[in-house]
Design a protein around this ligand. Structure first.
Ligand code: ADP
Ligand code: NA
Length: 329
């Protein structure tokens, strides 16, 4: 029986956050045994906003090291870099001609990102087209499931719409993909503004925890995390900062939010925050040790992504050829 296919990616536009780790990577691990998995480092997505070239290359290796250190097994899953498989870009063009301006204009991530920019800042066409490239990433592997955080759900639905449109204008070509969202870590929030999601591209470093943050940095950032004046550890939307910290513990420990609340009955935020910090530190310690060790073996990492690209390329090229034929190329 043919295994179902899983695809997901992280863009190296900054260092990996606890949000990426809990919402994406940790969720990817459980698919490895029963699915054919493609886990990508989306460097083409990173350049939709300007990147420092040297830093971008460094981050690609860092993300690969974190993938492996977190438990992604390069012998089971295909770990690769997006730009190493040119079919992504070419399929993206064919799909750009299938997508329409209206649906792309409705993407909330694009609207949010451009709304934050100052007036007269030029917006790259790449930022607008980003979801089409993402659709290509997903569709060229005939992906069944896309494990992502909730922020990417709309993009996966767009990939599905584009696939459906291509299938009906030509003939059946693509599998229709479905987003798989981790329950407890669907959306880890910004530590300084718990109304928005934690993101690696935030300017304020107190807003996020990085997977490679040192213990003292994690303690400091959690101590500074915004809470409220209620002073009681409750799991409620009225206390979004506290709720977010509860979600983090819940996702790491695999326990229900209510169980976290019970642990802190009659206790204050100071004690709670210390516990949150130590929980994160303990979770990340082995990941950091392994990742830092791997980062001293650059050639090994390059060999791993080289082999990943070969495997990915084989699958992607087959789909791309099919697409080209159907449109008359
Ligand atoms: P970022 O917004 O940090 O740049 P990416 O766009 O590279 O992250 O997303 C990589 C993966 O991490 C996606 O599956 C995305 O849904 C997930 N993700 C990003 N931020 C969060 C978050 N705060 N909580 C949960 N998942 C997240
Ligand atoms: Na994102």
């Amino acid at each position: 029986e043919k295994k179902k296919i899983v695809f997901s990616a992280i863009k190296p536009s900054g260092e990996i956050t606890l949000g990426n780790y809990l919402g994406a990577i940790k969720n990817w691990i459980r698919f490895q045994d029963d699915y054919e998995c493609y886990y990508c480092i989306a460097d083409l997505h990173a350049i939709t906003v300007k990147q420092e070239p040297k830093l971008l290359r460094k981050r690609v290796l860092e993300i690969l090291a974190i993938y492996i250190a977190s438990g992604l097994d390069y012998e089971k899953s295909t770990l690769f870099v997006q730009s190493h498989v040119p079919a992504h870009s070419e399929a993206s063009w064919l799909l750009t001609c299938t997508a329409n301006m209206g649906e792309l204009s409705r993407m909330t991530q694009y609207k949010d990102k451009t709304a934050k920019l100052k007036e007269n800042t030029s917006i790259s066409a790449g930022l607008f087209n980003y979801p089409v490239l993402m659709a290509a990433d997903i569709l060229i592997y005939n992906t069944d499931f896309v494990p992502v955080g909730i922020d990417q759900k709309q993009h996966v639905e767009l990939a599905r719409d584009i696939a459906q449109r291509f299938n009906s204008s030509y003939s059946d070509t693509f599998v229709l993909p479905e987003a798989k969202i981790s329950e407890s870590a669907a959306k880890i929030m910004d530590l300084q503004d718990p109304e928005k999601k934690m993101s690696k591209s935030d300017d304020n470093e107190n807003s996020y925890i990085l997977v490679l943050d040192k213990p003292e940095v994690i303690r400091r950032k959690i101590a500074r995390a915004v809470t409220d004046s209620v002073g009681v550890v409750n799991y409620t939307d009225e206390q979004p900062g506290v709720k977010n910290l509860i979600n983090i513990v819940s996702a790491i420990k695999g326990i229900k939010p209510d169980e976290v609340v019970k642990l802190f009955e009659g206790k204050g935020y100071k004690e709670f925050k210390e516990y949150v910090a130590e929980t994160i530190i303990e979770e990340l310690k082995p990941v950091q040790e392994k990742a830092n060790e791997l980062l001293t073996e650059k050639e090994k990492l390059e060999k791993i992504y080289g082999e990943g690209a070969m495997k990915a390329n084989y699958h992607a090229m087959k789909t791309l050829r099919k697409m080209q034929k159907k449109v008359g190329l």
